[in-house]
Design a protein around this ligand. Structure first.
Ligand code: NAP
Length: 292
């Protein structure tokens, strides 16, 4: 078997074109979706991620505001910036780029965001909604994974899904999204015993560990015909790779995401979709929607 490659780059570009059409309609109705980003410190990877989010927004017609705070800034300075953006009626979405420098309490800072503008879906209010089966502002990476599974007609109801990750960014929200669609979901982590015996049961296997080497998902850990979604980003010998031994696993899986070009571009386009949802929720103008 040679796996079908789930092309996140192509799907993200298709969705981006639909979102652009939606933003045009919103603008024609007097609503300009606007995303504010906050970057604290000078983490080079974070700078690249924020720049790529701005570029994607510009392509779609979403206006952007860029805010940077120096590494040595304080929690109260960040809280004041978040409060001013929460109160600004022209800003619909606020993205607080993670990780924050070590002197910040990340959880407490995220909770400063107005849930209505929390386009990463990371506040307790939005996570709680998702846990209750409501989806409004859902974290972008799991949302992008679900969009890929839907696009490739992967059966979710009654499937066995295994997620190797329990972070609030990936594993926890994805657990709820898959459960809400009637999968039987197992969440694994660094203390899970006999991981391979669990991953081998998966019809849908999602891995987001990001410690390669030593952690690698090899063919022996995968069931014949499984759908394998690789979220991780590792630098090995200067090359960007995921958790999965792509060559070996793609001979056994029915579907597989590449790294790069799989989940990454889907995450960015879902941030754009969340910004549009937030703008629509905050506007009092009824704007017809072309996205689901
Ligand atoms: N493509 C994208 O758009 C995108 C978006 C987000 C994240 N990512 C990537 O996804 C990866 C994870 O990100 P994250 O923010 O969720 O990181 P994280 O918070 O460090 O989570 C890593 C998870 O892997 C688990 N883990 C670590 N070692 C393990 C092992 N040996 N066996 C089984 N599980 C193990 C950890 O378990 P414990 O909970 O027990 O520590 C944790 O749940 C990173 O490579 C990141 O760059 C990509």
């Amino acid at each position: 078997m040679t796996a079908v490659i789930m092309d996140g780059k192509a799907l993200a570009s298709e969705l981006g074109a639909r979102l652009k059409a939606e933003v045009e309609r919103m603008r024609a109705s007097g609503v300009q979706p606007t995303l504010a980003t906050i970057l604290v410190g000078d983490n080079p990877a974070s700078k690249v991620y924020v720049a790529s989010k701005h570029k994607a927004a510009e392509r779609i017609g979403i206006a952007t505001r860029s805010h940077s705070l120096p590494q040595e800034s304080t929690e109260s300075e960040l809280a004041a910036l978040v409060a001013s953006l929460n109160a600004d009626p022209d800003v619909n979405g606020i993205l607080l780029q993670l990780p924050l420098p070590p002197n910040f309490d990340e959880r407490a800072m995220l909770e400063r965001l107005s849930p209505a503008k929390d386009v990463d879906g990371l506040t307790a209010a939005n996570a709680g909604k998702l846990a209750h089966g409501e989806s409004d502002l859902v974290p972008c990476t799991p949302k992008g994974i679900m969009a890929l599974l839907h696009h490739y007609d992967v059966p979710i109801r009654s499937s066995r899904a295994v997620i190797v990750n329990r972070s609030p960014l990936v594993g926890r929200p994805l657990y709820h999204l898959l459960l809400n669609e009637d999968a039987t979901v197992t969440v694994c982590h660094s203390k899970s015993a006999d991981l391979s015996s669990i991953t081998r049961e998966a019809d849908i296997l999602v891995t987001a560990v990001g410690r390669r080497p030593p952690f690698t998902v090899v063919a022996e850990m995968v069931k014949e015909g499984a759908v394998v979604v690789d979220v991780a980003m590792n630098r090995v010998d200067g090359k960007l790779v995921g958790d999965v031994d792509f060559e070996g696993v793609s001979k056994k899986a029915s579907h597989i995401t590449p790294v790069p070009g799989g989940v990454g571009p889907m995450t960015v386009v879902m941030l754009m979709q969340n910004t549009i949802i937030a703008a629509r929720n905050q506007s009092h103008v009824l704007v017809p929607t072309v996205t689901s």
